[in-house]
Design a protein around this ligand. Sequence first.
Ligand SMILES: Cc1ncc(COP(=O)(O)O)c(C=O)c1O
Length: 438
Amino acid sequence: MTSRFPVSARLFDSTAKRVPAGVSSNTRARAPHPIYFERADGAHVTDADGNRWIDILMGNGAILLGHNRPEVQDAVRAAAAAGLTTGIETAAACALAEKFLSIVTTMDMVRFTNTGTEAVLHALRLARFATGRKRIAKAEGSYHGWSDEAFISVWADLSRAGAVEAIQPLAGTPGQRGELVSETVVLPFNDIANSVAAIERHASDLAAVILEPILIDIGYIPATRAYLQALRAACDKLGIVLIFDELLTGFNVAPGGAQEIYGVIPDLATYGKALGNGYPIAALAGRKGLMEMLAPGKGPVFVGTFNGHAMSVAAAQASLAVLADGSVAAAIDRRLKGLKEAFHADAAELGFSAVMHGQGSHFQWYFTAEKVVGYRSAATSNASAYRAFVQSLFDQGLLVLTNPLSHHALSAAHGDDVIDRLKEAFRVALKAAEEALR
Ligand SMILES: Cc1ncc(COP(=O)(O)O)c(C=O)c1O
């Protein structure tokens, strides 16, 4: 069969012999072959066949300011021209730390890494050192990177996951260390009674409780304030380190992230994504008493050749300069609200059980009559309806993810003209989803 994307098909045929599935990250694999890209600008990307797509993936939610944002690109070019790359500390990284903490005012200190996975690993190790305990509790459906320690019970098989009173931790991938999986305590998101009971049951062994305060990697599911307050109170009472993974919420749902919205302050928090607008940088921030343990000779080792890389630091300085007052993210949120309203009006007209959740730049659709409050209710989203919906969006020139429990994103470059096109595309796709279920 000839492909709609002959150049991508040819690239795949030759590349797949050298690169497994022809991609560097499994989420980019696609049947019958991946699409390869050559250019990006604002809200659009152009593939190797010359097709121009509306991007609603935006670098897994990282590119909040849009592709090829001039302030960010100029800063990166200037940093490259200065000749510094990595392995020694820079004045720019000092300035970035100051800017970061002037925006995230709830945190005392910060260190930079390259990826969220690394930042989370440092947070967990620091928590184990500070408490002298080894086990970690995490929320079901919450994603914290691909490590053996944290990639547990994210997109779990519910037929094996047990009841919410005693959730069975499940490996995220073959090849994972079984003892790390079975040691993990999995909490039912937004279920105060069962989460607090599980924390209390394992308290003497628990170093940390970690969660995304808004589950975004499986769509968009906000915690209730009462839930976060209950976790905060339990951790305080039992001497456990509370960690918010703000990779997706940081600088996005509010300049100071979810903790600014909720008024619940964790002991440690991880950041990334919008921090560098597509350049590889992440951060671990936290309370002074804990973060000071990262100094040499005081506690766990925290090293990395590329930590505080000059180009990524430059990208982050430029990004935070734009994001600091919150007006850019608020404008994106206003456009997202318009999109959600149009989607809900169209769904109501069709009499179809579909909701669109989201805030800041992040959003996702669920095709279910159940109220989506955690992983288990999100998993009731009808997969056939979702597949028909995203296939229609794809056919209309939108970049989409095919897993019903994934997320999509806008950016500052998704202006009113693009939003109007999205409204129309969502309306057409809703009809396709509704027809798929008839
Ligand atoms: C909430 C959250 N935590 C951690 C990570 C891992 O970050 P990275 O892919 O930079 O390792 C991600 C990435 O998708 C994320 O969304």
